[in-house]
Design a protein around this ligand. Structure first.
Ligand SMILES: [Zn+2]
Length: 201
């Protein structure tokens, strides 16, 4: 079974990933937790509510079939930040399900700051047995459900740039903000957006 859970930042994806790992582990199942570019900066899955777990960082050249089959017996994979994997690695996840009987639970963003789908997320939409949209009380500043991530550079919403830029770190002047579709399209960031809760510096 290949499942993809997607939603904007802060919607609880990593928290659900950690919860799922805990539940499977408690049933005696053996799994691996993978991530890429986690917000902690190291190979860990961390959630905004403060849970954390050691994880394997998925570099672009890692063959996931080889990685998993090198282990003794793996029943399931938790793949956090799967939107940042390569398309080839998503194919490898499907192979693990079909050829090796591994259950794969992938979590990630669907679209980037321009509201364009990440290639890996697109491949997951195409291949997954099940796709679930997570909507856990992330609201735009206007109160509507948050659906899309905006990249904010120097206080203004960016419309162009590299697809992946790590933000919300101490060294970065880039941050991300969840907006409703209306405000993602208009670019209005709301009152007080110049001094967000988790900004740089
Ligand atoms: Zn809004």
């Amino acid at each position: 079974m290949l499942k993809f859970y997607f939603g904007p930042m802060d919607c609880g994806k990593s928290t659900l990933a950690l919860q799922m790992n805990y539940n499977h582990g408690r049933q005696g199942r053996r799994g691996l937790v993978l991530t890429k570019h986690d917000r902690s900066g190291g190979p860990r899955v961390t959630s905004r509510i403060g849970l954390g777990l050691q994880a394997i960082e998925v570099e672009d050249d890692v063959d996931l079939v080889r990685l998993v089959t090198a282990h003794d017996r793996i029943d399931y994979l938790i793949c956090d930040e799967a939107c940042f994997y390569t398309v080839e690695q998503i194919e490898q996840l499907a192979d693990l399900v079909d050829e090796h009987g591994v259950d794969v639970y992938a979590f990630g963003l669907a679209s980037d700051f321009r509201s364009v789908m990440f290639p890996a997320a697109q491949r997951l939409f195409e291949l997954a047995d099940e796709v679930c949209r997570l909507q856990v009380e992330v609201l735009c500043w206007c109160g509507r459900p948050g659906q899309l991530n905006a990249r904010v550079v120097g206080g203004a919403m960016a419309r162009t740039g590299e697809q992946v830029v790590i933000g919300d770190t101490d060294a970065s002047h880039v941050r991300y903000q969840v907006l409703c579709r209306r405000h993602h399209r208009s670019g209005r960031l709301g009152e007080g957006s110049m001094e967000p809760a988790h900004t740089a510096q």
